[in-house]
Design a protein around this ligand. Sequence first.
Ligand SMILES: NC(=O)c1ccc[n+]([C@@H]2O[C@H](COP(=O)([O-])OP(=O)(O)OC[C@H]3O[C@@H](n4cnc5c(N)ncnc54)[C@H](O)[C@@H]3O)[C@@H](O)[C@H]2O)c1
Ligand SMILES: N[C@H](CO)Cc1c[nH]c[nH+]1
Ligand SMILES: [Zn+2]
Length: 436
Amino acid sequence: MSQMTTIARLATRDTDFDTRLASLLAWEGVSDHEIGSRVAEIIAAVRQRGDDAVIEYTNRFDRLSATAMSELTIGAERLEAAFANVPTEQREALQHAAERIRLYHERQKPESWQYSEPDGTVLGQKVTALDRVGIYVPGGKAAYPSSVLMNAVPAHVAGVREIVMVVPTPDGIVNELVLAAAHLAGVDRVFALGGAQAVAALAYGTQSVPRVDKIVGPGNIYVATAKRAVFGQVGIDMIAGPSEILVVSDGGTDPDWLAMDLFSQAEHDEDAQAILVSWDAEHLAAVEASIERLLPTLEREAIVRESLARRGALILCEGPEQAVELINRIAPEHLELSVEAPQAMAEGVRHAGAIFMGRYTAEVLGDYCAGPNHVLPTSGTARFSSPLGVYDFQKRSSLIQCSPEGADTLGRTASVLARGESLTAHARSAENRLKR
Ligand SMILES: NC(=O)c1ccc[n+]([C@@H]2O[C@H](COP(=O)([O-])OP(=O)(O)OC[C@H]3O[C@@H](n4cnc5c(N)ncnc54)[C@H](O)[C@@H]3O)[C@@H](O)[C@H]2O)c1
Ligand SMILES: N[C@H](CO)Cc1c[nH]c[nH+]1
Ligand SMILES: [Zn+2]
């Protein structure tokens, strides 16, 4: 009797390959109309009724019974106590990861710059950190202390003045490691809120939650939809939705390792995506056998099974060149190049959030402690988005200071262009400063 397929098998030479791949990739986390209108309703209620609406939705979606925002506010002493009380091994792991993330992001810091022209005019660019940012730390199906570090450490490196964190506590369960990470990373304020109501509170402010300038961080479909909806009122980093991994293997990596690499992202969410591409048919069969054998050993077997069945695939391609074409078409969040010469293959990669090179570079090392950020563009948005970084917490202002000579040279050009636009006040403003 045939069971539901564990994971789809595709081959690029199949006539229906393009259609099947397109439907596997088709998940669009922020386009579902029903979710869109539910999120719009939540945002409107939070704008109108502030804390009361936030409390109501939090009680409903996170199964709490809070009566005041004070019950959903986590103070600095509580964070400090969590940090002091977590087991030493966990505290040291957090510290090790935080230090590596800090060192990596220090290298991203852009500097202000300026230059002088021969007539004395000075032009430049001034980099300024944002005043207040909101970081969304997901917490529905898993707790993410690592995401606290990945959001807050670069914000600190950028020089943000105030970091406000929101994290849901479903059923009232508070994750101590999340609080400890918030203390370590220097988060200023923490609210036990999640979903669209948390995003709306950060975007518009309520009696208790301060309005922020930008909201960053990953989350589920409600969070991603809400972030897109509030963009414009506040800045957002990107749409970082359910996790994805694309592994390319030349057949030389242990199939058990690859099966677990696929599971590692599939276990995040039923909507997560795990795909393996290889030009070695026997190897693909061996990985499939590993998947079947190892699945029952997983704690989160049910989530992984659903994710693999809905959105996973083992793809047989013609060779390395075609594998690179597939990578650029899929534009994955995480790309694992489990091949003998990963650097050469990486040269052809144009679209991927993060590239993990070689058989020993498991993607999960990037999730926790390699140093680069794990908040990455998903669902093909790596075509135009980058990993979360220091640059997301800063903005730039242009600097222009004209000498009298510069005002004369530039004023003549500006005057001609302004009159060409029939904007005569513009023209006269420039002409006032011309040398007579
Ligand atoms: N791209 C990245 O960098 C990255 C990093 C870590 C995690 N992730 C992803 O983030 C996601 C986290 O999702 P999660 O669900 O665990 O946590 P989450 O915090 O994103 O979502 C939980 C919240 O969703 C809201 N919600 C749940 N059901 C709802 C409903 N029916 N109506 C309205 N709101 C509802 C609730 O308010 C709840 O607090 C996963 O998909 C994971 O793969 C991505
Ligand atoms: N893989 C996630 C980003 O897609 C990040 C993460 C955190 N913890 C485990 N994994
Ligand atoms: Zn992960």
